[in-house]
Design a protein around this ligand. Sequence first.
Ligand SMILES: Cc1cc2nc3c(=O)[nH]c(=O)nc-3n(C[C@H](O)[C@H](O)[C@H](O)COP(=O)(O)OP(=O)(O)OC[C@H]3O[C@@H](n4cnc5c(N)ncnc54)[C@H](O)[C@@H]3O)c2cc1C
Length: 326
Amino acid sequence: MNSTAEAELFDAIIIGGSAAGLSAAQSLGRALRRTLVLDTGEPRNRFADQMHNILGQDGASPAQLVEAGRGEAQRYGVEHLTAGVHRVSESTRADSVDRTGRRELVVTLDSGVQLFTRSVIAASGLTDELPPIPGLAQHWGSSVLHCPYCHGWEVRGQRLAVLATSPMQLHQAQLLRQWSDRLTFLSAGAGELAAETLQRLRSRGVVVEPTPVIEVTGDGTGVTGVVLEDSRTLELDAIFTAGSLLPRDHYLRGLGLAREDTMVGSFLKIDAMGQTSHDRIWAAGNVASPMATVPLSMGMGSFAGAAANAALVTEEFDLAEAGRNQ
Ligand SMILES: Cc1cc2nc3c(=O)[nH]c(=O)nc-3n(C[C@H](O)[C@H](O)[C@H](O)COP(=O)(O)OP(=O)(O)OC[C@H]3O[C@@H](n4cnc5c(N)ncnc54)[C@H](O)[C@@H]3O)c2cc1C
């Protein structure tokens, strides 16, 4: 970012520089928009060495994707700053109201610096808050996993477990049976299972273990098993589970944007192009769509960038017409 940027007006500020944010940046940069990406460098999948189920990027690391995406966006003039965003608010600058009566936005960094922009794209992802079981978090992304499409192939046929944190993991247990016939459902977090459910799981050879897990064990390279509350141990090669999904959208809270209650919590409400209930703010990727993978986040970012550009184009025609009619 150049040194005068603080006082200038960006066409778009993108909060988050990973799959969704850099895709939005590419759309906006290629549309000749003055665009700034603000990023704290902590993509959700940073715990994994490799990414999968991404066309053209299979096996690449999360860092490689970000580096390539950043380079591509920079080629189109997109600026980049390593900084956290504290707040997005309506501008109260005296000259901030344009001729159509709409206000620009102020992006306040954690450092207190304020930046001004005509549009914002929130692409800051989410945080996985894992269950507080000793040993679990240490293996997150290597042999404690969340998505069979992303990592199931790598552990196919191995001794797998699904560690339930809610009744929703019943679905995950059924799904994982596709990747291995040596599957245990650690069901305590799912509550008591109905007799028909137990019968259905057992009909496909899934072992159901209702005793709570008190520890995940490892050998320094990966998971080796779990210790149950009654001191029994189970030997395992990998565990699938799900944490609480917490959208990283605290900087938008002051604007009172519409939200939606999903099965996994409250997320920003967006339309098909990623627009929030604010006419200058779009959202893309996991911050608004908890189930989005890398390719889906890229698609959402690309759409949101194009939609923000289209809104600016409309505004420029509105301003030109208003000027001619004066
Ligand atoms: C362990 C693990 C492995 C995964 N493996 C795969 C896989 O193999 N294939 C796949 O398709 N998906 C995978 N996923 C899912 C994938 O991580 C997400 O779908 C994807 O990262 C979402 O992209 P995003 O751009 O929305 O958010 P993120 O990639 O999380 O990026 C958000 C960015 O915003 C930044 N940020 C956050 N808050 C602020 C702020 N206030 N100010 C400035 N910057 C901020 C963060 O530092 C981060 O760089 C995996 C997830 C996990 C947890």
